[in-house]
Design a protein around this ligand. Structure first.
Ligand SMILES: C[S@@+](CC[C@H](N)C(=O)[O-])C[C@H]1O[C@@H](n2cnc3c(N)ncnc32)[C@H](O)[C@@H]1O
Ligand code: SF4
Length: 367
């Protein structure tokens, strides 16, 4: 039997403090980090998930959070040695405010070969408004230390449309990021997510016109600096796209390990989504508990397009069947209408340049 490619996402649910805009499963750390206990729970979760790994080759591992960089290199080494296979890409998310806790060279030796630094902005005033625990200078230092330790594949997370930000300030952030010469930049529009502090007490965000000019200027700058946009918010040097995230967007399978982690597995033609308990204490008390739901065939088309259309090049029509079991007739009549409206392409599953700008509206038709 052929071995199926599998991504593995491993969640680390604690942060030094909760940022007011963040709706990720992250919990402010109270007291000492329960590292050994949490790693034991992750190992139990992996062993209970053995059937999910059967007939699969782990191609990528993503240690996300929360703030995984609170954990020591040894923790990641233990998790990696419990996973089958020899992944090509192993990413660690790191908050620049925690990167002096451990040595980057030790993370590298533990098997991590890609680093994702949560820079967010290079303006100390903006960082303070975002409730970040670090200054811009710490991001620059963390980046340089990571390079010296041998990391040759680094992403910087930046957000734009920050409280009271103007176009020049957003472009200055991008410019400072580019000057560090990372292989990858994730450039996210700040969104106000329900259940966050920013949602309850919204800060003053840039108006629509500022956002439009800022986005145009930012895209131009990234492109002229040699970065390619391969997803709505993801920009990379040629050949440096994030393989783990590309697997999500191409509707590939992944296991989700750790508190609140989500997984997606295709077996016998049906797509199953898995979730672990989100509360760290509840997860640690029973790391083998997992809920699983099968995606209804009527919903599959929407979920597939929601992912694949985030990629400007989309995919070939033939890929739909292999990923979902659906034939292209399942896209009709909406696809034909989208083509006629100039939003969707007739030759592949992808948007036109106009459709890409109005992705949310395009997706509405497939709900
Ligand atoms: C799970 S966080 C991981 C990084 C790490 N915890 C940190 O903050 O440094 C992933 C990224 O999502 C982005 N992000 C989080 N909340 C966001 C929001 N409300 N709007 C836009 N981007 C957001 C940030 O750029 C963040 O670095
Ligand atoms: S450090 Fe990252 S994961 Fe933690 S609260 Fe802030 S944005 Fe969210």
């Amino acid at each position: 039997m052929n071995s199926l490619p599998l991504g593995v996402y491993v969640h680390f649910p604690w942060c030094v403090k909760k940022c007011p805009y963040c709706d990720f499963n992250s919990h402010p750390l109270k007291g000492a980090l329960a590292e050994a206990e949490y790693v034991d729970a992750l190992l139990a979760d992996i062993s209970a998930s053995a059937t999910d790994f059967e007939s699969c080759t782990v191609i990528t591992v993503f240690f996300g959070g929360g703030t995984p960089s609170l954990f020591s290199p040894r923790a990641f080494e233990q998790v990696l040695s419990a996973l089958p296979g020899d992944p090509i890409e192993v990413t660690l998310e790191a908050n620049p405010g925690t990167t002096e806790y451990h040595d980057f060279a030790d993370y590298r030796r533990a098997g991590i070969n890609r680093l994702s630094l949560g820079a967010q902005s290079f303006s100390d005033r903006a960082l303070e408004r975002l409730g970040r625990i670090h200054k811009a200078e710490e991001t620059v230092r963390a980046f340089e230390r990571a390079r010296s330790a041998g990391f040759d594949n680094i992403n910087l997370d930046l957000m734009y449309g920050l409280p009271e930000q103007n176009t020049d300030e957003a472009i200055e952030d991008l410019d400072k990021a580019i000057r560090l010469n990372p292989e990858h930049i994730s450039w996210y529009e700040l969104t106000l997510e329900p259940k966050t502090e920013f949602f309850r007490r919204p800060p003053k965000l840039p108006d629509e016109d500022t956002m439009a000019s800022l986005e145009d200027a930012g895209r131009l700058l990234l492109t002229s600096a040699g970065y390619q946009r391969y997803e709505v918010s993801a920009w990379s040097r040629p050949g440096r796209a994030c393989a783990h995230n590309l697997n999500y967007w191409r509707f590939g399978d992944y296991a989700g390990i750790g508190a609140g982690a989500h997984g997606k597995l295709t077996r016998a033609g049906s797509v199953r989504r898995t979730t672990r308990p989100a509360q760290p204490r509840i997860f640690m008390a029973d790391p083998r508990s997992s809920t699983s739901t099968t995606v209804a065939p009527s919903r599959l088309r929407f979920e597939y397009l929601l992912n694949i259309l985030r990629l400007p090049e989309g995919c070939a029509f033939d890929d739909l069947l292999a990923a979902t079991g659906l034939t292209t007739s399942a896209l009709e009549p909406e696809w034909g209408k989208g083509v006629a409206a100039g939003l969707l392409r007739a030759d592949r599953i992808a948007t036109t340049a106009t459709g890409y700008r109005y992705l949310d509206e395009v997706m509405q038709a497939f709900l």
